[in-house]
Design a protein around this ligand. Structure first.
Ligand SMILES: Nc1ncnc2c1ncn2[C@@H]1O[C@H](COP(=O)(O)OP(=O)(O)OP(=O)(O)O)[C@@H](O)[C@H]1O
Ligand SMILES: Cc1ncsc1CCO
Ligand SMILES: [Mg+2]
Length: 270
């Protein structure tokens, strides 16, 4: 099936990266135990300020004052879900944009039900791999643990439907990342398969999506820029590393040194 989509340009990445660095958004992160430190370091490297506030007693208060919120259901359990619902409700009330990362939705029913319940609090964006987006849209159950068993291209229709049903921007990631508001589809062609061999690149991307959504004048572009910039940095990190250990370090380095001025002079060949 051919998909009508618009490639994101380096100029657009540059503009969005400049906006993020000018704002240094405060990102409230409620994510899984596996990726906490990596996610915080990715946010710091790109130019945001992370805070992992997870207690039921604090999550609502912080969601209301943060610039953006990430909710990732990767290691979900009842107390964590209760805190996430409080945070999502507070974010909705305060107008804080929040992102849902539906890790392994479609594989396990507890988290699949939980993710659907969280949708009631109106996320500004949903970022997942193809299996997760297909499942959340109610079209197919798939995935192998936290990994996708489908291509991102095969989930674009589901992403558009999910965006229309929820009002969220939906990003489905993979070899190409597709970002949609239900009508328009942007695509980012950057990235490297090595990114799937280091745990948490997708989870960290969802946190970066939240960072770009803070005070964003164009939410579709903001989400696409997050995907594009991490893809560019994944390619650069691959070129500077040997295996997955040095890739992870090179990826953080690439996020630190990537600069709007240098993106502006890059050539689009899409
Ligand atoms: N085959 C591929 N080629 C290039 N880039 C890829 C490929 N697969 C994934 N990526 C990139 O890797 C990043 C993570 O996307 P992915 O779809 O693997 O998320 P995920 O499955 O949720 O990851 P995780 O749960 O491990 O955090 C994105 O930036 C995406 O563009
Ligand atoms: C490996 C893993 N298990 C639960 S969450 C997570 C991080 C990648 O999604
Ligand atoms: Mg994931």
């Amino acid at each position: 099936m051919t998909i009508t989509h618009t490639p994101v340009t380096y100029q657009q990445l540059a503009g969005e990266l400049q906006r993020l660095r000018d704002n240094t958004p405060l990102v409230h992160v409620m994510t899984n135990e596996v990726v906490q430190e990596f996610t915080a370091n990715v946010l710091l490297a790109i130019g945001a300020a992370p805070a992992m506030i997870v207690a039921e007693e604090e999550a609502g208060e912080f969601a209301a004052i943060a610039s953006a919120l990430l909710i990732n259901v990767g290691t979900l359990y009842p107390a964590r879900l209760a805190a996430m619902k409080i945070a999502a409700a507070a974010a909705q009330k305060a107008g804080t944009p929040w992102v849902l990362d539906p890790v392994a939705v479609g594989v396990l029913s507890y988290r699949s039900d939980a993710a659907r319940e969280l949708l009631a609090f109106k996320p500004a964006a949903i970022r997942g791999n193809a299996s997760e987006i297909l499942a959340l849209a109610g079209l197919a159950a798939g995935g192998r643990g936290v990994d996708s068993t489908a291509s991102s291209q095969s989930a674009v229709k589901a992403a558009k439907q999910l965006a229309r049903d929820t009002g969220a921007i939906v990003a489905v990631t993979g070899e190409t990342d597709y970002i949609t508001d239900g009508e328009r589809v942007l695509a980012t062609l950057w990235g490297h398969v090595r990114m799937t061999r280091v745990v948490g690149t997708g989870c960290a991307l969802s946190a970066v999506v939240a960072a770009f959504l803070a005070d964003a004048p164009d939410r579709l572009l903001a989400v696409a820029a997050a995907c594009g910039i991490l893809g560019v940095c994944g390619e650069r990190a691959f070129d500077c590393s040997e295996g997955t250990g040095s890739f992870k370090m090179s990826f953080l380095d690439a996020l630190t040194v990537i600069a709007p001025a240098q993106l502006r002079t890059a050539e689009d060949n899409a």
